[in-house]
Ligand binder design. Structure first.
Ligand code: HEM
Ligand SMILES: [Ca+2]
Ligand SMILES: [Ca+2]
Length: 317
C-alpha cells in the first residue's frame, strides 16, 4: 500500500515510496460517511457508505469541498485495487487499516472483505468540514449512526494526522506533537489554551494552537470543549487502552456502513500487528502545565500529567 505522506512509515514500496500514509486513513472516512438514512427517508439516494464510491466516482466526489485534493491518493491506489481484483470499497478499508497499523501504538483494526464493487456517486455535503458548527457535525454524524462520543472515538485518527489544505502555507503541520505515534497526546494538546496560528494568521476551519508548528482544527477545538463530548475526550488522556478500544469499535462500524456485515468475511489476519508505542503515558508539552488546560469535563478533574523535559519539537509530516 504505497503512498506519498508517511507520518507513520514502515518500509518502502516497489516504487521506493514510504509505506503507511495517513491520507489512506482519512479516505476510509470520506468514502464511508457518504451515507445518509435521512436522505433515504425523503425518497432520495442517501449514498452507499463504505462502498468505494470515492474511487469509482473520483472526479465527482474528490471535488466535494471536504475531499478536494484526495484525487491524488485515490488515483495512486486505484491500480492496486484493479490489479488485485479487489473491490474499491474493500481496498480503501484494507489500505486504511494497514496505514493505522503502521503507527506505533496503533490498533490492529478488523478488516472485513466482500463489499460489492457496484456503487453510485455519493450525494454532496455529507463529509463534515472543520468550519462546521458543532451541532451540524453532531447531526451529520448522528444521521450516519454515530453518537457524539463515537465521533470523539473516531477522532483518535487525528493523533496521527496533519493538514495541507486549511492553511497551505504550513503544509504538513500535524494535529499533535507526535504524528507518528497513535497516542493520547492529541486529546491533551487540543485542550490546551490556544495561543498562536502556526502559519500566517487565521484560516477558515482553523483554531489557535498551543505550540508553534502544531495545527488545530476548529472542529477539534469545539468537540474537545463541548459539554456533550468533553468527558469522553478527557477520559482518553490517561487511558490509551480505552482510546484504542473505542477507536477500534467505532472503526468497525464506520468501515462497514451501508454493508451487511453478515455477508462480509473476516480477513483481519492480513492486517499487520502494530509496534508498541515507546510510552503510553501522555504528557504536557514543554512549558505547559495544568494551568494551560481548558477544563471542559464538568465534575471530573483533569488528570495529573508530567511536563515533558526539554523542548517539544513538532515535526512536519
Ligand atoms: C468532524 C469530523 C472531521 C472533520 C471536520 C475532519 C477534518 C479534517 C481536516 C480538515 C483535515 C486536514 C485535511 C488537509 O488539510 O489536508 C483532516 C485530516 C485527517 N483526518 Fe479528519 N476530520 C474529521 C474526522 C475524521 C475521521 C472520522 C477520520 C478517520 C477515521 C479522520 C482522519 C483524518 C486523517 C488520517 C487526516 C490526515 C490526512 C493526511 O495526513 O493527509 N478524520 N481531517
Ligand atoms: Ca462511499
Ligand atoms: Ca500522536
Amino acid at each position: 500500500v504505497p503512498s506519498k505522506r508517511a507520518s507513520c512509515s514502515k518500509g518502502r514500496s516497489a516504487s521506493n515510496e514510504k509505506v503507511g500514509s495517513m491520507e489512506l486513513s482519512a479516505l476510509t472516512f470520506h468514502d464511508a460517511i457518504g451515507f445518509s438514512p435521512a436522505l433515504a427517508r425523503q425518497g432520495k439516494f442517501g449514498g452507499g457508505g463504505a462502498d468505494g464510491s470515492i474511487m469509482a466516482f473520483a472526479q465527482i466526489e474528490t471535488n466535494f469541498k471536504a475531499s478536494i485534493g484526495m484525487d491524488e491518493i485515490v488515483e495512486e491506489q486505484r491500480p492496486f485495487a484493479l490489479k488485485h481484483k479487489v473491490s474499491f470499497g474493500d481496498f480503501i478499508q484494507f489500505a486504511g487499516a494497514v496505514a493505522v497499523s503502521n503507527c506505533a501504538g496503533g490498533p490492529r483494526l478488523q478488516f472485513l472483505a466482500g463489499r460489492s464493487n457496484h456503487s453510485q456517486v455519493s450525494p454532496p455535503d455529507l463529509v463534515p468540514l472543520p468550519e462546521d458548527p458543532v451541532d451540524k457535525i453532531f447531526a451529520r454524524m448522528g444521521d450516519a449512526g454515530f453518537s457524539p462520543n463515537e465521533l470523539v472515538d473516531l477522532l483518535a485518527s487525528h493523533s496521527v494526522a496533519a493538514q495541507d489544505k486549511v492553511d497551505p502555507g504550513v503544509h504538513g503541520s500535524p494535529f499533535d506533537s507526535t504524528p507518528s505515534v497513535f497516542d493520547a497526546q492529541f486529546y491533551v494538546e487540543t485542550l490546551l489554551n490556544g495561543t498562536l496560528f502556526p502559519g500566517n494568521g487565521s484560516h477558515v476551519g482553523e483554531a489557535k494552537s498551543p505550540i508553534p508548528g502544531e495545527f488545530r482544527l476548529a472542529s477539534d477545538d469545539l468537540i474537545a470543549r463541548d459539554p456533550r463530548t468533553a468527558c469522553e475526550w478527557q477520559s482518553f488522556v490517561t487511558n490509551q487502552k480505552l482510546m484504542v478500544q473505542r477507536f477500534t469499535r467505532a472503526m468497525a462500524k464506520m468501515s462497514t456502513l451501508g454493508n451487511n456485515v453478515h455477508e462480509l468475511v473476516d480477513c483481519s489476519e492480513v492486517i499487520p500487528v502494530p509496534s508498541k508505542a515507546a510510552s503510553n503515558v501522555a504528557h504536557f508539552p514543554d512549558g505547559k502545565t495544568i494551568k494551560d488546560i481548558e477544563q471542559s469535563c464538568k465534575g471530573t478533574p483533569f488528570p495529573v500529567l508530567k511536563t515533558q523535559a526539554g523542548p517539544t519539537s513538532v515535526p512536519v509530516v
